[in-house]
Design a protein around this ligand. Structure first.
Ligand code: SAJ
Length: 408
């Protein structure tokens, strides 16, 4: 099988590298020529644990990068799937465009598999009509499949190899062919099902996590009201064999968990009540962090925000991804009400995303009295001794306990 992976982003690149490292012939494509040039030079394009080593293994295998689409047996489409913030529905334009580009060049019998997360029904609503317009028959001229990714940023390479996977296909024999490709590197169980079930399963997985985090966040607020320790309560509750509550935090970011549940709310507005409420609770957390910050400021007689600093801009620890980041949401909200803008620092974010953003932790700490820890990067462990004379609002419960350390 010759495989073409369309889209060299957070999912497409590691997937292509893993396939090549397992001996498959793989071509990675992307419309961004500069990305293709960087990859061809051997540079990785984002930070992820183990990606360097995987790249080295893949380059010794059979990977190449190209700005144009080659002939291949299997096309794995891993392009972004933005969602429309107003309608809360998926914007399938990148996927549609990628499938159109593939259909322009692919031969009879090629398999096109969507790896990107799509809302349930996307293949029926947006992909099958493209085939129809072109007079092509799915299952005869080309084959469709859906292989939703499941890997978690921060542990992608391990999870690519070990997680179970779902393959949705119209025909079981096509499912088996796609399965053989993934089985070349995936040690987890690979379940074959139909496309609609695969679409729904993926969104359900992320929605389950969102609802669980919303429950934890709601508990944090309830416990705050009566001065109970939510972390201790969750720790003890989770010792029950059938309880597994996640951890409260400053909000749910990233392009997956904070987005996918909205697909269900958008498509089933009268049915997805719990799911919608969970989204609203999680989206309200940055505002709650601001409220906690104000309480601490009042308690300590801090009058303005000039010496308040936010640690962490990414959506979670030890990644460089800032999409839907709770800190950015919080800064946006503060910008509307306050001047000057708050001070921020993140070791993983090299580009300037906001005013008064620091790139040196010492300079940052010199200018602030209250540090709001928004992300628990590993770097924080080394910084903790330098935080001793600061007030801390630790929204991630990573700074330990002590005088001047406040929790959500
Ligand atoms: N978070 C909490 N409390 C927790 C866990 C997470 O507040 O207990 C926050 C994080 O800080 C972050 C957000 O939730 O802001 C999402 O982070 P995450 O680590 O839970 O998940 P993602 O978005 O990085 O990856 C998820 C994963 N989905 C599931 O675990 C069901 C991953 O397996 C998917 O492949 C990925 O979405 C995706 O691409 O869909």
């Amino acid at each position: 099988m010759k495989v073409c992976v369309v889209g060299m982003g957070y999912i497409g690149l590691p997937t292509a590298l893993m396939m090549a490292a397992s001996g498959l012939e793989v071509i990675g494509t992307d419309y961004d020529e500069s990305k293709i040039q960087r990859l061809t030079r051997g540079e990785i394009t984002f930070e992820e644990k183990g990606l360097d080593a995987l790249f080295a293994r893949a380059v010794n295998g059979r990977i190449s990068f190209s700005g144009s689409y080659p002939a291949a047996d299997l096309y794995v489409v891993a392009v972004p799937t933005p969602y429309d913030a107003l309608s809360r529905k998926i914007d399938p334009s990148y996927v549609v465009s990628a499938v159109n580009n593939v259909l322009d060049i692919c031969g009879k019998g090629a398999i096109i598999s969507i790896e990107s997360t799509i809302s349930p029904g996307t293949v029926d609503r947006f992909i099958r009509p493209i085939l129809k317009q072109r007079g092509l028959e799915a299952g005869k001229d080309v084959h469709l499949a859906h292989t939703p990714e499941r890997i978690i940023p921060g542990n992608m390479i391990y999870e690519l190899e070990h997680n179970a996977r779902t393959i949705g296909a119209d025909l079981p024999e096509i499912g088996e062919k796609v399965k053989a490709v993934y089985a070349s590197f995936c040690k987890g169980e690979i379940v074959i099902t139909d496309i609609r079930t695969a679409e729904m399963t993926k969104v359900v997985e992320n929605t389950f996590r969102d609802v669980n985090i919303a429950f934890a966040n709601e508990l944090a607020k309830i416990c705050r009201q009566d001065n109970m320790d939510v972390y201790e309560i969750i720790r003890i509750a989770n010792k029950h064999p059938r309880v597994n509550i996640l951890t409260p935090g400053p909000g749910v970011g990233g392009h997956c968990i904070s987005v996918d549940p909205w697909f269900l709310v958008g498509d089933y507005p009268n049915l997805a009540n719990l799911i919608k409420q969970a989204r609203l609770i999680n989206d309200g957390m940055p505002e709650y962090v601001l409220e906690r910050t104000r309480q601490i400021m009042v308690e300590h007689g801090l009058k303005d925000y000039n010496r308040i600093g936010f640690y962490g801009l990414t959506y979670k620890e030890n990644v460089d991804d800032v999409r839907e980041s709770p800190t950015l949401q919080l800064l946006e909200s503060m910008k509307r009400h306050l001047a000057p803008p708050p001070r921020v620092y993140d070791p993983y974010v090299k580009q300037d995303l906001t005013e008064r953003q620091y790139h040196d932790p010492d300079a940052f700490l010199k200018d602030v009295d209250l540090v709001v820890v928004m992300v628990g990067h590993d770097e924080l462990k080394d910084l903790l001794p330098k935080l001793r004379d600061k007030l801390i609002l630790d929204t991630r419960n990573v700074c330990g306990d002590g005088e001047g350390i406040y929790k959500l």
